[in-house]
Ligand binder design. Structure first.
Ligand SMILES: [Ca+2]
Length: 171
């Protein structure tokens, strides 16, 4: 058996459910139970800050570097994920700038989460106006949806114009 890697990348890699107990014991970043329906699903979004910070960075399950995020200067910025099939959703988790090693003053301040069955008709089910946390959790009454869209109204705490989303998780 090879020894587990102790690299930063491995340490921040999000773990499958089978490793959850071990992850919790080790104080891993990823502690939420259940399958992340958004993980590695197709993601699109508003125009990116740079080519190395595409929408797909927000559903890749990792916080490997400060570039491992979706970044957009559009306002409002948006990030949309196709879950591939209709899922019953109970919670969203968003990992903001501080979770990815950037300044906490860049944590997303105000945003909305919308869901859709067909990608055309949207229903807003989360609205946040005053987030300061590195990682925000948004439990909801269970809802069936295939598409999830994050719309960022105020991208930072300090007036910085860039939206920075390291992970958008859907459970
Ligand atoms: Ca990421």
């Amino acid at each position: 058996m090879p020894k587990p890697s102790s690299s930063k990348l491995a340490r921040f890699s999000l773990m499958p459910a089978a490793c959850m107990a071990l992850s919790l014991a080790a104080g891993a970043v990823h502690a939420e139970p259940g399958i992340d329906f958004a993980l590695h699903r197709p993601a699109t979004g508003s125009p990116v800050c740079k080519a190395s910070e595409p929408a797909s960075n927000a559903v890749d399950g990792t916080l490997s570097s400060i570039l491992d995020k979706f970044c957009s200067l559009t306002r409002p910025a948006w990030l949309q994920v196709d879950l591939g099939q209709v899922r019953q959703i109970r919670e969203f988790t968003i990992r903001h700038a501080g979770a990815g090693g950037e300044s906490r003053t860049w944590n997303t301040r105000a945003f909305e989460i919308l869901v859709s069955l067909d990608g055309s008709h949207w229903r807003r089910i989360v609205e946040v106006v005053d987030n300061t946390a590195d990682v925000s959790h948004h439990p909801i009454a269970p809802v069936d949806a295939r598409y999830v869209k994050l719309v960022v109204r105020v991208p930072a705490q300090d007036g910085d114009p860039a939206t920075r989303i390291f992970e958008l998780e859907v459970r």
